[in-house]
Design a protein around this ligand. Structure first.
Ligand code: C5P
Length: 403
């Protein structure tokens, strides 16, 4: 199964901040995403975490100096600069930031940064007073001017006991920025709305009707669009998932709330992808107090929820915008059902999956979907991660947008 960073070589420059221990875990995550990782440590970095730790986690030797007596035939800074697809400086201390900003070449990391043509990403981590000092602000501005990507530090409690900006950014934010660096920016300037997750239809203050959707597919669709440069709004039902970085989150609970949230925004969108598992019905009445066993009947009267996609399809009529993408999770006749819904709801693309297979559909990290378009073209995708499936869906949407 293709991984997002398959065979990319990422050179990680670890400098002298206590946050170096967090980056040890980042190295593992990069490798799980398919990357080859080589670590350079500054002298101060190597005092916080042993190079042995990074060697074990990266699976290759750690470079700590400019002059490598064990491999005299290679010139380490040129070799690393040529090999790397991305130079990730994390954690980046004030002194390394200053060194990079001024183009010094007095240690291996700074020299590789000067010699490489690969993108450079810098993740500052330092005491907030150091971070807010005008010298650091000016140095970071210089780096941005050189085209370096600076991943802003988070605010909060720091190891030195102070509060404020300077805490190393969360891995999810940095990973998203790395994937965006490698993604085609083919959705730049586009506004997209994605819906995800289940809806909950309350019966009384403690009970509701819902379904098994976890939101994973929709969140992957939103994250992939953001990596490709889109401005993304994610309208999500209740899920356990963290908001994808860079995405505007609108949290709703019921189908009626989702209906309102989507219709309020749809006219400003280039694309609407409805990956949510919207409840078709809601209890006709919502009790304001918890229903009692003694007084409750065994049947629940239901009222139909509005079909959001159908409404969008009707409103749009013959106009091309917004492009409408639906999902159909079916347990039988899935292609025929997908085709029927594509026509009935006036969609441009239908993503169909057979939810009876154990490796696709609800609550798993993989999916196997078929894409159907208005011209009856059928594209069967293989079993892929939901992240990869999301990118394949966007590949198709990008083609439809061009047409
Ligand atoms: O008709 P069915 O519910 O199977 O169609 C699924 C597609 O329609 C999904 O894209 C889903 O998000 C959307 N849908 C909707 N509003 C509903 C029900 C489904 O937008 N009330």
């Amino acid at each position: 199964m293709p991984l997002p960073l398959n065979d990319r070589e990422i050179v990680v420059g670890v400098t002298g901040s206590i946050a170096a221990y967090k980056v040890a875990d980042w190295v593992r995550s990069l490798r799980r995403d398919g990357a080859r990782v080589t670590v350079i440590m500054t002298a101060a970095g190597a005092r916080f975490v042993s190079p042995l730790t990074f060697a074990a986690l990266s699976g290759s030797r750690v470079h700590t100096g400019m002059f490598d007596a064990t491999a005299p035939e290679t010139i380490p800074h040129i070799d690393l600069a040529r090999r790397c697809a991305l130079l990730l400086v994390a954690p980046a201390t004030a002194t390394t930031i200053a060194r990079l900003a001024h183009g010094l070449a007095d240690d291996l990391l700074a020299t590789v940064a000067l010699a490489t043509e690969a993108p450079v990403m810098v993740c500052p981590a330092m005491n907030s007073k150091m971070f807010l000092h005008p010298a650091t602000t000016a140095n970071l501005a210089t780096l941005r001017g050189h085209g370096y990507r600076v991943v802003e530090p988070a605010s909060g409690n720091m190891a030195c006991g102070e509060e404020g900006p300077g805490r190393l950014a969360e891995w999810e934010t940095v990973r998203h920025a790395i994937l965006a660096t490698f993604a085609a920016q083919d959705l730049a300037g586009r506004a997209v709305l994605v819906t995800a997750g289940p809806t909950r239809e309350p019966l009384d203050p403690v009970r509701f009707l819902s379904n098994r959707s976890t939101g994973k597919m929709g969140y992957a669709v939103a994250a992939a669009a953001s990596q490709r440069g889109a401005r993304v709004t994610l309208v999500s039902g209740p899920t356990d998932l963290a908001a994808p970085p860079g995405v505007e989150m609108i949290r709703i609970t019921t189908a009626l709330e989702m209906h309102q949230a989507v219709l309020d925004r749809a006219s400003e969108m280039d694309v609407v992808v409805k990956a949510a598992a919207v409840s078709d019905f809601r209890p006709a009445e919502q009790a304001s107090h918890k229903l009692k066993k003694a007084t409750t009947t065994a049947t629940i009267a239901l009222a139909a929820n509005p079909d959001i996609l159908l409404t969008l399809g009707e409103r749009r009529g013959n106009r091309p915008c917004p492009l409408l993408v639906g999902f159909a999770a079916e347990s039988r006749e899935h292609l025929n059902e997908g085709r029927r819904k594509l026509r009935a709801k006036n969609l441009d693309l239908m993503v169909v999956n057979d939810i009876t297979a154990s490796d696709c559909g609800f609550a798993v990290d993989t999916n196997r979907v078929t894409l159907l378009d208005r011209n009856d073209a059928v594209e069967e995708l293989p079993l892929l991660t939901k992240d990869e499936t999301a990118h394949r869906i966007w590949n198709r949407i990008v083609k439809l947008l061009k047409d």
